[in-house]
Design a protein around this ligand. Structure first.
Ligand code: AMP
Ligand code: ZN
Length: 433
């Protein structure tokens, strides 16, 4: 039942003592990077100043902007020669935040994923079909190596190509899959088109779903359509990727692996730490990462730490499923998108006016982005062809930036609602399934 029983069930006081020791080491290691050397010096902090776990709040918070500002190597705590892998966050084709790993970082991450999957019953006899994008994104390779470490037979299917996915599941008797929840819904419709019933025609008994927010209702819907158990998997590239927090068989909150991550929940406005049970922004510190340690990273994900112990016997605390974000990042088909990316592209296109509105819709099991864009009145001679050319250009340019093909509606100047305060840029109409 346990991959590493001594760690997973470690007594809380021993776990806390281990964390304190790890935090000190992490601060020391981080201090070797250009970024933290400066930050810690500015704040007058030394590893020895961390006397209790409470002292962590004296350390500076780190944001995605800091990672961008010191891109690409400002956070490295080891010489470049010691690195063996790079990954990035999903979404942009521009300057995505990048994370570098040493061999021991990759081994540790792989082990964490093995721990997560073993916890939910994956064994060497399983056939694991990984339907996540391979490459720079973390979901593909992260799970891949974890499943291999358990000794399962891994089918590195990658994302998309629905009919082939279904064929692979049937031909090789896949028993475990890793899939984006919105894609799981979409895929169930493809089963139907092929006159197949996922409850009867495949042998999958376990699914890992993650990379995007989803409700309990949506999870139950997926479980019901397929007749398997779906476990929530949470992670972010800055903290390696998947393997940060994962549901156990209880399916009641996600155990966050406290031997690798120091967990805090802060008030996103005052930035003060909040007690267990209160909802706020998740802040994480890497405790064992060698190549690119990150202290107190503001994930911008909203959740809370669940009080009480878990019947599974693991002592690592649980977080509730992610409620939303404290920033304006949207996640569509598992891809992270910031409105500012859309805006920057639009503003570079001659003919585009000043206002735009992003509308997210769910049609059946598919999510779409509809983009309403005001057209600059002075630019046009009223020629339909010219408008169509502009529309096509907007679609093409956005697709290359955000990896999603939006539906673009051109509208007249001053027709989009204007707000007095902060501009309304995104309307999310995606209803719970
Ligand atoms: P990336 O850095 O591209 O891996 O994206 C990480 C972000 O995806 C997280 O900060 C979350 O906002 C979101 N995310 C990942 N897994 C989940 C999950 N299980 N539930 C909700 N959001 C998730
Ligand atoms: Zn548990």
């Amino acid at each position: 039942m346990y991959w590493e029983e001594n760690i997973e069930k470690m007594d809380r006081s021993a776990l806390n003592a281990m964390q304190l020791d790890s935090v000190r080491k992490a601060v020391k290691n981080a201090g070797k990077s250009v970024y933290y050397k400066k930050k810690l010096l500015d704040g007058g902090i030394q590893p020895n100043d961390i006397r209790t776990l409470d002292d962590i709040k004296r350390l500076p918070l780190t944001t995605k902007d800091d990672l961008r500002d010191y891109w690409p190597y400002g956070f490295l705590a080891v010489p470049k020669d010691d690195l063996i892998r790079m990954h990035s966050s999903s979404g942009t084709t521009g300057r995505a935040t990048v994370i570098f790993h040493t061999a021991s970082d990759i081994a540790a991450w792989t082990n964490l994923l093995a721990r997560c999957m073993y916890m939910t019953g994956m064994r060497r006899s399983d056939v694991f079909q990984n339907m996540m994008t391979y490459g720079l994104f973390t979901g593909g390779l992260g799970f891949h190596y974890g499943a291999e470490k358990i000794g399962a037979l891994v089918i590195p299917a990658g994302a998309g190509n629905s009919k082939r996915q279904i064929q692979l599941m049937m031909d090789f008797d896949t028993t475990v899959i890793h899939i984006i929840p919105s894609y799981a819904l979409h895929l169930s419709a493809v089963f139907e088109e092929m006159n197949l019933n996922p409850r009867e025609d495949i042998k999958v008994r376990t699914a890992y779903i993650g990379a995007e927010p989803h409700s309990e209702k949506m999870r139950r819907k997926i479980e019901d359509l397929y007749g398997f158990k779906a476990y929530n998997s949470y992670g972010l590239s800055e903290m390696n990727g998947p393997g940060v927090a994962f549901e156990c068989p209880e399916q009641n909150g996600l155990h966050i692996w406290e031997d690798h991550y120091f967990v805090e929940i802060i008030d996103p406005v005052t930035l003060e730490p909040l007690p267990d049970g209160e909802e706020g922004e998740l802040v994480l510190t890497t405790l064992q990462r060698e190549g690119m340690p990150i202290l107190r990273y503001r994930t911008k994900d909203l959740t809370k730490i669940l009080k009480g112990s878990c019947p599974c016997g693991r002592t690592h605390r649980r977080i509730e499923r992610i409620k939303g974000r404290s920033d304006d990042m949207m996640i569509l088909k598992g891809v992270n998108i910031f409105p500012i990316q859309v805006e920057k592209k639009l503003m570079d296109i001659p003919g585009v006016g000043t206002q735009y509105l992003i509308i997210l819709e769910r049609e059946g099991y598919n999510d779409h982005m509809i983009l309403k864009v005001e057209v600059d009145r002075n630019y046009f001679l009223g020629d339909m062809k010219q408008l169509e050319t502009l529309r096509r250009r907007i679609i093409d340019e956005l697709k290359s930036e955000i990896l999603i093909t939006p539906r673009v509606d051109l509208v007249e100047q001053n027709s989009l609602p204007k707000s007095e305060g902060k501009a309304l840029r995104v309307i999310d109409n995606r209803k719970d399934i």
